[in-house]
Each structure stands twice: as C-alpha cells, then as structure tokens.
Design a binder for this molecule. Structure first.
Ligand code: SF4
Length: 485
C-alpha cells in the first residue's frame, strides 16, 4: 500500500479505526463511509461484517483503501442487514509489514449462543502470555493478531450470553483497547479502564453508531451523542437503545495525548474540544515558550497547519504556505530511475520559492520521530534561498516507544532517545530547534495547571517514559523501562 501521509516513514502511526452501525437499512454502506472517514487511522487493509436475519453473518476483508474496495455495488450487496461493524488497519502487533488477509479484522467467532464479530483498536500488552496460555489449553489461532485472543477468551468463558463473555474476556486483557463488536442483534462498544484509545457514540435516525472519531459520524449524517466512558461497555439494540455497563474496576482515565497532537482528524471533537482548536492552542503555547526573531511562519503540511496558525497569531510573525503538498500522491509512481527514487520527499512536497527566498523561516511540525524528513525539509527550504530555518515542534521530544496501538520505531531509532535538544539541532542542521514542554501541551489541551506529575491526566508515555500500563510482553522481551525517580 502507498503511504497516505507524505512522511509516513517518519511519523508515529495510529494503527486502527473502528466503526459500527445498528438500526439502519444497508448498515454496511454506512460502515464503509465511516471507515473512509477514518482512513487516516489505517491504510493497509479494511474489513466489514454485517448481519441479516435471513442471510446470517457475512464478511468482506480487503487490502487497500476503503474507496477502492467497499464502493463496489457487487461487493456491498454481499453485506446485507441493519447491523454491521468495520475496521481499518495499519498493522498491529503480529505480522507487521506483511499482513495476510487472515490478520484483517473484524474477527468472527461462532459460539453456542450464536456468532459474534469483533474489531479492536489498540494493543494488548499481555498478548504473548495470553496466547501461549490459550494455545496450551487447546485454542487454534487463525491469525497472528493479538486481537484474536479476545475471541478465544470469549469461547472459554462460562457466561450465558455474548456481552457477558466479552466482559469476562476483556477483564483478562491488559493494555489499551477500544472495541466495536456485534452479535445477531446487538452492537457493542467497550473502552479499556484507562480510556487510552477513543470511541464515540452517535445517533442516526432510529439507529446508532459507534466510531473511533466524530468526523466519521459527520460523514453519515449522524449526530454526536457522547464519548464512551473509560471502562464503559455499551450494548445497543435498535429496539431498546443504549444500555451502559461498567465491567471494570474504576480507574483514573489516561487518554492518549497524542490523539490531540496528531492522530485524530482536525475536524473531530475530543472531550468536547475541537481538535483543530486544540492544535491551534498548542501553537499559541509554543510561541509563548519558544519565541524567535523571524519573518515567516510555515506549517509542515498538513498536520502542522493549525499549530503554525496559532504560532503566527501569538508571535505576530506573518503566516504563509511555504511548503506545498502534492495532493495526488495517493498512489506511488513507478519510479524509473534511482535518481527519481532518491528524490523522496520532493515528490510529495515542494517549496514555494517566491515566498521563502531571503526570509528567516519558522517551520512548525507536529513531531520529530527519526528526524529523517526534518533534515530533508530543511535542505529544501535552504535550497530555496531561506536566510535561516527554525524548527518549532508541537509535541515534546518523542523519546519512548508506544505500546498501546501506535506504530513506533524501536527506542534507539527515536532521535530524542539518543540526543539532547542541542544535539538534535546540530544533527538536523537548523538554526534553532525547540519543542513545546509537556506542561505547555497539557495547558493547550485544557489542563490550566499543566501536568499533574503525581497522577498525570493523560497517557504521555512516548514523551515521559511513564507507562500507565506496564508493557509486560515487551519487558519480557528485554525492553528497559525508565527507572523510577
Ligand atoms: S504512548 Fe504516546 S502515542 Fe501511545 S497512547 Fe500514550 S500518548 Fe498515545
């Protein structure tokens, strides 16, 4: 699959989007539209399961973009019914980079009381131990995905109905999970006790929808009702509406702060805050914390744009589109020569020379991961005649990997894990490099007093190294956690 983002090889990548609908005719068509709006959360593959009283469960799983598969009338006619769920994936733990179709969700299980399909966003941090235990007890896994553990745990539960079996299964699971599942009659949504990954509820006509983000509710004309609470399970039927259950011991929530910075679409709402407005506010905080004398503020498109607007507004430095993104890089060309292949970023972005020439430029980006793209962009800006290049980054240094459903390079590949801020500046060869502080980021997302160091309000492990759920599998494999202070 071609990368959807121009710097896909140098960004943290959200690994999944999930969506489900009950109580509307041709539910699978609504799910396809919802998944299309969530495509930024996973471009590698997608799947939909539907149920119809006369035709039972049906499923389709495909590699590639939603628009290239789930727009075929012939395919969509095989997914009848008023209840459907779907999933888009990058690649989660398992066969990363070489996904097989059997790893594509939703997964399906047939139980004595009927079938169930399940789609999972997140990462199970004790999946290796669970899988070993389940295989020793006779489970036969069909895929390499950690999410399949949930189906096998449900099969072993002695509860009488599927929602109760799911509760049983999820109590054994550690890590981050938002789940959308379905039986013959019910749409089910669950968030892990810390609420690390998002899940929202919407109303459409007489029916209901569950989605990773509100932008996907907009596309189907559903009204945003509320977030599913951390640790909440909702069981939804067209006839009886939403039943809320609390299967887990209550804990203080630790939502992923990076959803605000980068993963979620700017037109989504998180915690009653517009993601766009939060990102603009991050730019405002960044300008207050890291001022610089300059002539022009430019975003690194597209995700740096709202923060750059905020930075320019607060600093009073004019804003301009110094870098233009080629909108039609959805598919990669056959690159005929080594010389063209090496152009890399230049195929995806171009510099607006007339604007840049002779200026001291502030480039605002959302994050620095490996730093490879930042270096190339700096070279392009200098080649175009900029007098100075100053990087301002809308997140703190990314120094730790994420184990909660986001694809991160190994720790030693993260620039901030091995270099100080000054060393990174010299490595990138820019005039200055500054990151927003963790407290500044917390203020921008609405925590006026900043981060509560004793009991942080969000998951920020990729910046702080403080993991709210111990990544047991990774520790078992030798990952060194940060020593307690
Ligand atoms: S480690 Fe970072 S990316 Fe992962 S859930 Fe926590 S804040 Fe989000």
């Amino acid at each position: 699959m071609p990368p959807a983002h121009p710097f896909d090889d140098d960004k943290l990548k959200e690994e999944c989007g999930i969506f489900g609908v009950v109580g509307v005719t041709d539910a699978a068509n609504f799910v396809a539209l919802g998944l299309h709006a969530l495509q930024h959360r996973g471009q590698e593959a997608g799947g939909i399961v539907s149920h119809h009283p006369d035709h039972g469960f049906n499923s389709a799983r495909r590699f590639g973009y939603v628009r290239d598969n789930f727009t075929s009338q012939k395919l969509m006619e095989t997914l009848p019914g008023e209840l459907a769920i779907g999933h888009v994936r990058y690649s989660t733990a398992g066969s990363k980079g070489q996904t097989q179709i059997r790893d594509v969700q939703p997964f399906f299980g047939e139980f004595s009381m009927g079938g169930a399909a399940i789609a999972h966003n997140g990462n199970i941090t004790n999946a290796i131990a669970l899988r070993k235990e389940l295989i020793e007890r006779g489970s036969i896994f069909q895929s390499s995905s950690d999410s399949e553990c949930i189906i096998h745990l449900m099969a072993r539960s002695l509860q009488r109905n599927i929602p109760e079996r799911m509760e049983d299964a999820l109590r054994r699971v550690e890590g981050a999970f938002s789940v959308v599942a379905m039986t013959r009659t019910k749409l089910i949504g669950v968030r892990d006790p810390l609420g690390v990954r998002p899940l929202v509820l919407g109303k459409i006509g007489d029916g209901w929808a569950l989605s990773s983000e509100t932008c996907a509710l907009d596309i189907i004309g559903a009204e945003y009702v509320r977030e599913i609470d951390p640790g909440e399970m909702v069981v939804i039927t067209a006839e009886h509406g939403v039943e809320s259950i609390r299967p887990f011991r209550p804990q203080k929530s630790r939502f992923c702060i990076f959803e605000h910075v980068y993963f979620s679409r700017p037109d989504s709402i998180i915690g009653d805050r517009s993601v766009y407005e939060t990102r603009r506010q991050i730019g405002v905080e960044l300008a207050r914390e890291t001022p610089v004398d300059a002539d022009l503020v430019c975003p690194v498109p597209d995700s740096g744009t709202p923060a750059a607007i905020g930075y320019a507004h607060e600093s009073g430095i004019p804003y301009g589109m110094g870098i233009i993104r080629n909108q039609y890089m959805g598919r990669t060309f056959i690159e005929p020569t080594e010389q063209i292949r090496n152009m890399g970023v230049r195929l995806k972005l171009n510099v607006n020379r007339a604007l840049i020439k002779g200026k001291r430029v502030v480039l605002v980006d959302d994050s620095v991961v490996r730093g490879t793209t930042s270096r190339k962009i700096k070279e392009m800006i200098l080649d175009a005649g900029a007098a100075e290049v100053h990087f301002r980054i809308a997140s703190p240094p990314t120094a730790w990997p994420c184990f909660y459903g986001v694809d991160t390079p190994q720790r030693e590949k993260l620039l901030a894990a091995t270099m100080s801020e000054d060393e990174m500046r010299d490595h990138l060869g820019v005039d200055s490099l500054k990151f927003i502080s963790l407290d500044g980021l917390y203020r921008a997302v609405g925590e006026a007093s900043g981060r509560d160091a004793k009991s942080p309000q969000y998951c920020d492990a990729c910046f702080s190294g403080e993991y709210p759920v111990k990544p047991s599998d990774m520790v078992e494999k030798g990952f060194q956690m940060k020593a307690a202070e």
